[in-house]
Design a binder for this molecule. Structure first.
Ligand code: AMP
Ligand code: ZN
Ligand code: FE
Ligand code: FE
Length: 281
């Protein structure tokens, strides 16, 4: 089983990379991609945790924004971690998430809810990418809501009056950076409409022009109709199709291996990287 999209405590997942590898092995996964938000900090621990029977695809889920303000997540896989242009871009996004969080907190405070930056940072593991899920955890601890799910449904979703976006490069720029770093790019959950506005067919065209390799088709946030549309688009545009769990530990309902990628699709994707970077023991 191949699962190409997961998160750990190095972003907003709740399992450490070691726990992730152990649980993946127990779940029958043979190839797992680690794709923390805007970070490669978990790669080292995940690599050390590898055991026979499972291989690791190093990656990151890069936060992007189109020029018309639509949030897009690009999964970068198998890129060279010594490529400074890409790594610097990830770092800039990670840093900007702090002032963005301050702004969200200020809006929540204005509504009379007592929460501070230090409450949020208390929920963040060392070296992790800061995100709304950590604010959700702080709101749970304060007793404002009872779960991350409730926090997002009531307060933290993209249409909320508290919402603030953070600096993000365009998806076209990120696809090019990933390609220049020798990796491959897959657009994550492109039709997850409940998260906010999704991209148009024109924008898809622009991403393909920039060198997009694949589309995440099988994902819990896609309806059967959306999957059918994405399969048609992938076939038409000769894009590789993936499926993945977007596992976040206890942070989300998504279960490891709940959606997977066909071995033939994975083989095509892996071959597009400019070096063999899948890790195993
Ligand atoms: P941010 O990166 O700060 O914009 O926050 C987005 C993150 O929140 C994504 O990684 C999602 O996985 C997570 N997220 C979005 N909706 C929910 C939800 N309903 N419950 C838990 N996590 C969510
Ligand atoms: Zn996440
Ligand atoms: Fe995502
Ligand atoms: Fe994700």
């Amino acid at each position: 089983m191949i699962d190409l999209h997961t998160h750990t405590t190095f972003s907003d997942g709740t399992d450490t990379p070691t726990q992730l590898i152990n649980k993946a092995l127990a779940a029958g996964i043979t190839t797992i991609a680690l794709t923390d938000h805007d970070s490669i900090s978990g790669w080292q621990e995940a690599t050390s945790a590898l055991r026979p029977g499972i291989c690791l695809v190093p990656g990151a889920e890069v936060s992007c924004q189109t020029l018309d303000g639509i949030s897009v997540h690009i999964l970068g896989l198998l890129f060279d971690s010594s490529n400074t242009a890409l790594i610097d871009t990830l770092e800039k996004t990670r840093e900007n998430r702090y002032c963005r969080m301050e702004k969200i907190i200020a809006k929540i405070n204005e509504a009379g809810i007592d929460i501070s930056m230090s409450d949020v940072l208390e929920q963040l593991s060392d070296g992790a990418t800061l995100g709304r899920p950590h604010l959700a955890d702080a709101l749970v601890k304060k007793g404002v809501v009872t779960s991350r799910e409730e926090a997002f449904a009531q307060m933290l979703h993209n249409h909320s009056k508290y919402y603030v976006s953070h600096y993000s490069p365009t998806p076209e720029a990120v696809i090019k950076l990933i390609k220049e770093a020798g990796g491959v790019s897959v657009i994550a959950h492109p039709m997850a409409s409940h998260r906010g506005r999704t991209i148009s067919l024109d924008t898809f065209g622009s991403l393909i022009q920039a060198g997009l390799d694949g589309i995440e088709v099988d994902h819990r946030d896609h309806s059967p109709q959306e999957k059918t549309q994405l399969i048609a688009l992938a076939n038409e545009s000769k894009l590789i199709m993936t499926g993945a769990s977007d596992y976040h530990g206890n942070g989300k309902l998504n279960l490891l291996g709940e959606y997977t990628t066909e071995p033939a699709q994975w083989q095509k994707l892996e071959e597009r990287a400019n070096a063999r970077r899948v890790l195993s023991v």
